[in-house]
Every structure is written in C-alpha cells, then in structure tokens.
Design a protein around this ligand. Structure first.
Ligand SMILES: [Zn+2]
Ligand SMILES: [Zn+2]
Length: 320
C-alpha cells in the first residue's frame, strides 16, 4: 500500500514525533501556568484591597480605550513606566475606574511586563473581565494575536503558555532558568512555527530529538515544574517519543491534526486582520499550514481505513 510507504518514511515519523511533543508540552505546562496566573490575579486584587482600603474588588465597566491609569505622566508626555502609547499620555477622554480597581490593574500589568520597554499585548484582553478572570490578565503577556477569545490555560497552545512565562515577571519567581537572553523556554516557543509552518511533514531525526530534549528541559525546570505531576507525566510521554519503536497511530495523528487545524484557524483570522505589510508573510505561513493540514487529513483518513481493515481481518480470523 502506497501510504504504508509514506508512514514508514523516517522523516515523516520524526515530524509526527515533534508535533505530538508540542501537544504533550502544553499539557505539562497548562496546570502550572493556571496556578501561577491565579496566584498573580489574587495578589493583584489583594494588593488593591490593601492600598485602597476596600473590601472587595470588582468592576466590569471599564474599557481599555478610555481607562485612566493610576500612574500619571511625567513631563510633557512621558510615561513613568516606559510604555509606548500609554493611556497616561492621552488624558482627554480618559475615565477613572468607578470601582477604584482597573487603573491599578493596568499599572500592575505594565510593571510586570518583562520586555523593555514594557509592551503588554492589550488586544488579547478584555478589561471588563480583569477583576473576575485571571486569564484575562495573563493573556496580556502573550505577545501575539489570536488569543482574545481564549478563556483558560487549557485553550492556549504551548507557544502561548511560554509567552506568558517569559514575558511575565511574576512567573519568573516560579522558574529557575534565567529567562533574560537566550534560554530554552524561548527556544521551545519558536518550535510551533518551525514544525507547523514548514509546509511539509518532514523532519530530520536529530532535529526532532533536539526539539524534544528542549521540551523535556523546560518541563524539568528545577524550581517548581520538576516536582509537578503533570509536568512529570508529559516528560514520560516525551521520552517515549524518543524510543526507537514509536509508531504513528490514528489517535496521535488526530491529536496533531487538531492542533494544526487550530493554528490554521488562527492564521486565517490574523491574515484577515493584518496590515498590508504583515499580510504577505502571513499568507505564506497560512498556505504552508493549509497544505500541511490537507496532507495530515489524508494521512488520518488512510490510517482509519487501515485500522478498520485490521479489525475486519482480526474478526474474520477469530470466526474461523
Ligand atoms: Zn503610562
Ligand atoms: Zn473598572
């Protein structure tokens, strides 16, 4: 059978390993990110309660565009926190939060942002959710579009979760690795693009194993991840991928297809929203990921045919 040949092709198997590895890494990171995001949210609200002497912090009325920050500009038009185009510099039409909360949260997000100058990604967030939903705050640290509709860590892919860890200083206290400069977290963050935007389901074995080793290194970070069950389970799965006898199954290819499908959807949305300059680049990525998706769909279809042939074969045999 022609597709058998395709499935046995070593480079294809290696690509499948890397694609699955991304999914396992995400599963290993998501509960950790969720816990830390919730802690950060609680700390921000507790801090507001204390400094403003209020017993509950709730809002839902402020919009980012009109929100007046707690901090004030310095000089003529300079943000003391260093944010470019900060709301503090445009005072006309800005409204202070009626509940005394959102201006402080806005400030906290900026001061926790790790890049310089700080650059929270406001398009991913809805200010109306800030006091009630930890992920509405965490998503400001994902420096890439496409996460505005996501509401929990389970909805966010490996690369999005790594953005939150890398760009959020609060998370740095929970990570041993030095996240400034070149580091393994930043390397793994790039792998989704390298695996899904390549346009082909092929990868050299050394490259695939290197990706997986880096994913394992992230999940074994010495501060907290190393002691977490979900991270340990993910490491076990990643190590199994490196075994010689790893086989491509319908189930695991469907899993990768789900991730590729989601990435395709994101890119489609982005391409629609993009400016002229970005569009060329995005269209190239989109066509690569689309051809990948159709190839992968075909593979899954054939695997399913194979599975049912195998089943029929078995039942015929057992009848005899
Ligand atoms: Zn400012
Ligand atoms: Zn408010």
């Amino acid at each position: 059978m022609a597709h058998q040949l395709h499935l046995e092709k070593e480079k294809y198997r290696q690509w499948a390993k890397a694609g699955l590895g991304l999914g396992y890494s995400k599963e290993g990171l998501a509960p950790f990110c969720d816990d830390v995001a919730k802690q950060q949210h609680k700390d921000i609200l507790d801090n507001i309660k204390q400094t403003k002497n209020i017993s509950t912090v709730t809002c839902g009325q402020c919009a980012l565009k009109t929100l007046k920050p707690d901090h004030l500009k310095i000089g003529k038009n300079q943000c003391p926190l260093g944010q470019v185009n900060c709301n503090c510099c445009y005072t006309s039409g800005k409204i202070a939060c009626p509940n005394n909360a959102c201006g402080a949260i806005y400030d906290d997000i900026i001061t926790n942002h790790a890049s310089s100058p700080p650059a929270p990604y406001w398009k991913n967030t809805q200010t109306q959710q800030w006091t009630g939903d930890p992920w509405s705050i965490a998503k400001c640290f994902i420096n890439a579009p496409g996460y505005d509709q996501k509401t929990s860590s389970a909805d966010i892919d490996c690369s999005g979760l790594l953005h939150v860890i890398i760009n959020n200083k609060y998370f740095h206290n929970h990570i041993q690795c030095n996240l400034a400069g070149a580091n393994v977290f930043s390397k793994v963050r790039q792998y989704r693009n390298e695996i899904f935007h390549s346009g082909t389901m092929e990868l050299e074995k050394a490259v695939a194993n290197n990706y997986i080793d880096d994913m394992i290194a992230v999940l074994k970070d010495g501060k907290e991840l190393i002691n977490r069950k979900d991270a340990q389970d993910a490491v076990t799965k990643l190590e199994e991928l490196k075994n010689k006898d790893f086989v491509v199954t319908t189930e695991n290819m469907e899993k990768v297809l789900g991730d590729v499908r989601e990435e395709t959807g994101n890119l489609r949305k982005l391409t629609g929203l993009a400016t002229k300059d970005d569009r060329v680049n995005l269209k190239r990525k989109l066509s690569a990921v689309e051809s990948l998706m159709s190839e992968l769909k075909e593979v899954v279809k054939r695997l399913k045919i194979d599975d049912s042939a195998l089943k029929n074969n078995r039942s015929t045999k057992s009848q005899n």
